[in-house]
Ligand binder design. Structure first.
Ligand SMILES: [Zn+2]
Ligand SMILES: [Zn+2]
Length: 138
């Protein structure tokens, strides 16, 4: 199998989080992998919770491996007293339901510690290669 090239996804993630505007901060980019299969496309199910907004995601993102079907909770941002609002199964405009997934988090240096400041979850359609933001956190 040809190794996926996700350089464009990385560039996209850095762009979306405006990494260039924060040269003093550390940005941590990680591609999502299946524990069994490695770097593969995933089905993406998003549970939106109350308080969710385009710039501050609240809810749970679950990924399901497109090869072996293994599921995992990828990201959850929950607040006390919040509750699920609606569910979304991600689909590309080309109708493909599977995406390569990555996240990029900005870590701000506060005194001697690197503290999470904000992050973005991005996806690349495994069919047409379209890039999209799945969630912004912060
Ligand atoms: Zn798998
Ligand atoms: Zn597509």
């Amino acid at each position: 199998m040809e190794k996926p090239k996700l350089m464009d996804l990385k560039v996209f993630a850095y762009e979306k989080i405006c990494a260039d505007d924060y040269p003093e901060n550390v940005h941590v980019y990680v591609e999502a992998e299946c524990d069994n299969c490695g770097l593969v496309p995933f089905h993406v199910a998003v549970e939106h919770w109350n308080g969710d907004s385009p710039v501050a995601f609240h809810g749970i993102i679950r990924l399901q491996c497109s090869l072996c079907g293994r599921e995992k909770a990828y990201l959850s941002v929950l607040e006390d007293g919040g509750k699920p609002n609606y569910n979304e199964q991600y689909k590309c405009k080309c109708d493909s339901p599977t995406f390569y997934i990555a996240s990029c988090d900005r870590m701000e240096k506060i005194e001697d510690a690197n503290v999470f400041s904000e992050g973005v979850v991005v996806g690349k359609c495994s069919n047409c290669g379209a890039l999209q933001v799945i969630a912004m956190t912060g």
